[in-house]
Design a protein around this ligand. Structure first.
Ligand code: MD3
Ligand code: FE
Length: 216
């Protein structure tokens, strides 16, 4: 017996390649959503979202927090990973097991077995917030992949090459989408265009992104 395909072709659950070692898993996080939102509330009640300063002294439009043993921080001294949340002066909240499992199974699906992230950066975008083109290179070891989970409002994601001047391609990241970046794609330039458009029926006028990394 063949099973019913509950998804349109456009929404097929097949991984969509974005690069030689990068895949978009549409809707991968949807079955784990209520668990993830409960865990998110626990994390943000201990370490709230805040706008960090760039080394150049500008306030980021994206608000951030972290969970896991290491958290990404930015201030006048630069970008780095830290064990202590500079806002609470306490360790970052532990990585919820549901987050860890989501990141590990998504990485596995993309061909990266044994992914053990020690850092989860949580970004919150309100309408107008953006992230300019950058590389993720504050981590110790680039051999581990990066797993990103998008929730709430959709965003236009830009992904370029290994040099800033290479042309960037675009992809719409939607509620529940997961992207895994490894190998050569790990150091691609990437960014998020200013968030706009309709609010999300469940999360309202915001986009939340979890980025799982092996930082230490
Ligand atoms: C491609 N966040 O926090 S996630 C970041 O949606 C960041 O909030 C974006 O870029 C966001 O650093 C994009 C997707 C992503 C994450 C890491 C990557 C794409 C990547 C690393 C290499 C190439
Ligand atoms: Fe990034």
């Amino acid at each position: 017996m063949t099973s019913l395909n509950l998804f349109s072709d456009e929404e097929s659950r097949q991984p969509i390649p974005l690069g030689p070692q990068a895949v978009l898993l549409r809707g991968y996080a949807l079955p784990l959503l209520s668990e993830a939102l409960t865990a998110l509330n626990l994390v943000t009640s201990a370490s709230p979202f805040r706008h960090m300063l760039t080394p150049g002294g500008r306030k980021m439009s994206v608000a951030v927090t972290n969970c896991g043993s290491l958290g990404w921080v930015s201030d006048s001294r630069g970008y780095r990973y830290a064990r202590i949340d500079p806002l609470t002066n306490a360790p970052w909240p532990a990585m919820p097991y549901s987050f860890l499992r989501l990141a590990r199974t998504a990485a596995e699906t993309a061909g990266f077995s044994g992914f053990a992230p020690d850092a989860c950066l949580i970004n919150r975008y309100l309408p107008g917030a953006r992230l300019s083109l950058h590389q993720d290179q504050d981590e110790r070891d680039f051999s581990a992949p990066i797993v990103s989970v998008s929730l709430g409002m959709s965003a236009t994601f830009l992904f370029g090459g290994l040099k800033r001047n290479e042309p960037a391609r675009r992809a719409l990241l939607q509620h529940g989408d997961v992207v895994v970046w490894g190998g050569a794609d790990r150091l691609r330039y990437h960014g998020i265009l200013p968030i706009k458009g309709p609010g999300h029926p469940e999360l309202g006028e915001q986009r939340i992104n979890f980025t799982f990394r092996k930082a230490g």
